[in-house]
Design a protein around this ligand. Structure first.
Ligand code: HEC
Ligand code: HEC
Length: 315
């Protein structure tokens, strides 16, 4: 039985020695903290700053190797993606856009990292915390009520859009050569979203190949030929306080072809603006912003929308 005691003693020695293997975790000065009201910062401080700032303070149990190694690695990675102690030097709109992206990550359940929450339950966001962030992102507080004329104009426009009374104008291809998808209004709706910070309402639709892939659960990855449309209207508030679609803003597409579009994450990206469907982007390089903003869902084949099937989630 003595060997057990010896082994335990050896284990203790190794454990103590490992404590000295410590990658440095420094807190550089807070150069330019995010500019946001105190209540917004308070939420971020409690839930995100331990990784996404230069004000990292590890609790004692994270000071102990191997937890310490995990924590330092997380902080380094997290700061690379988003550092609330440094983004204050960006234009206000860029800071808001990053915060919007952060809220998306929270709502997806991706942030704070789920494994971190197990040991740090105090970092979890309550619905009230989330509401604080979201209401800050709504630019003008309550929307102004639109007058009857504006509402009628939007309704007429919607009928035109929907009924195709006027023939569609000649539509130019996107700068990367992708042609407009003239049949997209016949695609099936998969989801709707509304975005408080820029006041748009959106419908996401999929073509037949996408819908069949959802039904047969073949979406990791999506098959070639699958396509999505995201159709956006500006938000309007009527005199009853109902928020409803106003002017048509844009429609954008993703079409899968892992070979043809290998250089843009396997998807062809394109966007057309306004009722006259003007192609978006000065050159084919516009796709860079699409891919980088869809990067957080790369494990989901770069698609944000999670279809809901009859048997529940597909993940
Ligand atoms: C335990 C540390 C930790 C905490 C706490 C944490 N994050 Fe992160 N976060 C990370 C790491 C690590 C990454 C990089 C993930 C990767 O590269 O896969 C990351 C990435 C991100 C990204 C970028 C996603 C991308 O792929 O571009 C956003 C946005 C984000 N976090 C927001 C938040 C917000 C908001 C909070 C607080 C509500 C938060 N995080 C809390 C560790 C953390
Ligand atoms: C600011 C970040 C951002 C940028 C930039 C961006 N997207 Fe997206 N996109 C999203 C988010 C978030 C969703 C999820 C649906 C939603 O929130 O409306 C989405 C959804 C979509 C969808 C529906 C399928 C899906 O992934 O859910 C299409 C199609 C799409 N985007 C096309 C584009 C195209 C084309 C571009 C570039 C011209 C682009 N996106 C740029 C964030 C972005």
């Amino acid at each position: 039985m003595r060997w057990i005691a010896r082994l335990a003693a050896l284990g203790c020695v190794v454990f103590v020695m490992l404590q000295f293997v410590r990658p440095a975790l420094t807190n550089p000065p807070v150069a330019a903290e995010i500019q946001a009201p105190p209540e917004v910062k308070a939420v971020l401080k409690r839930s995100c700053y331990s990784c996404h700032s230069n004000e990292t303070a590890l609790p004692w149990f994270d000071q102990v190797v191997p937890a310490y190694w995990v924590a330092t690695h997380d902080v380094k990675m997290a700061r690379q993606h988003l550092n609330f102690s440094e983004i204050g030097k960006l234009p206000a709109a860029a800071q808001r856009a990053m915060l919007f992206e952060a809220v998306t990550q929270i709502q997806l359940g991706a942030m704070p990292l789920p494994r971190y929450l197990k040991a740090h339950p105090e970092a979890a966001l309550t619905p009230a915390d989330l509401a604080v962030l979201k209401s800050y992102l709504v630019p003008f507080g309550k929307t102004a009520v639109s007058d009857a004329v504006t509402i009628a104009a939007a309704d007429t426009q919607y009928k035109d859009w929907n009924g195709e009374k006027t023939p569609m104008p000649a539509i130019h291809a996107a700068p990367n050569g992708i042609e407009f998808f003239r049949d997209y209004k016949d695609w099936k709706a998969i989801s709707t979203t509304d975005r408080g910070d820029n006041r748009t309402m959106r419908v996401i639709a999929g073509n037949d190949i996408a819908i069949r892939a959802i039904e047969s659960k073949q979406i990791h990855p999506w098959p070639d030929g699958a396509a999505f449309a995201k159709i956006a209207w500006t938000q309007m508030t009527d005199n009853k306080g109902v928020i409803r679609p106003g002017q048509f803003k844009q429609v954008e597409f993703m079409v899968k072809d892992k070979t043809k579009y290998a250089s843009t994450a396997g998807w062809g990206w394109a966007r057309w603006l306004g009722m006259d469907l003007k192609p978006y982007g000065k050159s084919a390089a516009f796709t860079g912003e699409c891919v980088s903003c869809h990067q957080p869902v790369k494990d989901n084949d770069f698609v944000y929308t999670m279809p809901i099937t009859r048997t529940g989630g597909t993940r």
